[in-house]
Design a binder for this molecule. Structure first.
Ligand code: IPM
Ligand code: MN
Length: 333
């Protein structure tokens, strides 16, 4: 398949530690890659104030994919790295789908099951609309709008329908249409319109609060879920928690049009409290590397890595030991 040009952002805390294990697995799968490492994140910001220069964004455009560990460091004010790096990356590269798969292993009398959340990744309350009036006075007002465009909602929903056709033909819209009567109405109408193009897909709707109960009590009802940016953020942490922990949750930030490089990262953060202790679980990052290879067309290598991870979900050991174990299993697969 040739050599894949991958931009690597290890980032902060446990980010570089888990990314190293993902790269190990890629090597073990025999995939040829050319890596460019970028020193970005909270650490870099604290050192010289740099967050994400436009030149770096341009440099990324000549890469096939971006592989990111985690960003965020103590001492950096909230929002600087989140908005300035991660969200800027998602928005500027128009990575409008955030795909987050979950695997429930069999146990406690229930069968194994897997489901996927498709989170809209460029709009909603994340868009940054809003502001302050009379800041720092007793009359202060803060607003934070939710931006929903027909185009943005529709392309995300269409991706989810396409994905459903490649799986179990079942798609659930999650929103809060009973309260968010403007944005929810747009989502529901768009969902119903696009559904007419996919007659093989059966559809369902859950309010987000009810979906939280189902995630815990009856996740088997889900195959593909599509939801807005903030609901998706919250639901996917819950998805991680009910399916073996956030240390296993992988994600892909996709530009399905392939105009820009897509970005792959574990759902978890930089966990500065355990950085350097070798106790971070690298599986979320390794599974994210597998999602990257799959998107790059390396489907055999991707499933070899995914299978190796799934066979070692309970593996004990340091970050590097678990990574070694998985790399060894990849070589056998
Ligand atoms: C995630 C993270 C980010 C988000 C933060 C770090 C901006 O929580 O990828 O889920 O809210 O999208
Ligand atoms: Mn999150």
């Amino acid at each position: 398949m040739g050599t894949h040009r991958i931009a690597v952002v290890g980032g902060d805390g446990i980010g570089p530690e888990v990314v190293a294990e993902g790269l190990k697995a890629i090597d073990a799968a025999g995939v040829s890659s050319e890596l460019t490492h970028f020193d970005l994140g909270g650490g870099r910001y604290l050192r010289d104030g740099v967050v994400l220069p436009d030149e770096v964004l341009e440099e990324w455009r000549s890469h096939d994919a971006i592989y990111l560990g985690a960003v965020g460091a103590p001492g950096v004010p909230p929002g600087v790295i989140e908005r300035g790096l991660l969200l800027k990356m998602r928005f500027e590269l128009d990575l409008y789908v955030n795909q987050r798969p979950f695997l429930l292993t069999p146990g406690d009398g229930r069968p194994g099951h897997d489901f996927v959340v498709i989170r809209e990744n460029t709009e909603g309350t994340y868009a940054g609309e809003g502001g302050f009036l009379r800041k720092s006075t007793p009359q202060e007002i803060a607003t934070q709008g939710s931006v929903n465009t027909r185009m943005g909602v529709e392309r995300c929903i269409r991706y989810a329908f396409e994905l459903a056709t490649s799986r179990d033909d079942h798609l659930t819209l999650v929103h809060k249409t009973n309260v968010l009567t403007f944005s929810g109405d747009l989502w529901q109408r768009t969902f119903d319109d696009v559904a007419t193009e996919y007659p093989s897909v059966t559809t369902a709707y859950n309010h987000v609060d009810a979906a939280c109960i189902y995630f815990v009590q009856d996740p088997q009802r889900y195959d593909v879920i599509v939801t807005d940016n903030l609901f998706g953020d919250i639901l996917t942490d819950l998805g991680g928690a009910v399916s073996g922990g956030i240390g296993l949750a992988a994600s892909a930030n996709l530009d399905p049009t392939r105009t820009s490089p897509s970005m792959f990262e574990p759902v978890h953060g930089s966990a500065p409290d355990i950085a350097g202790t070798g106790s971070a679980n690298p599986i979320a990052a390794i599974l994210s590397a597998a999602m990257m290879l799959d998107f790059l067309g390396e489907t055999g290598a991707a499933s070899a890595i995914t299978d190796a991870c799934n066979a070692n979900l309970g593996a004990q050991g340091t970050t590097a030991e678990v990574g070694d174990l998985i790399a060894a299993a990849v070589r056998i697969n």
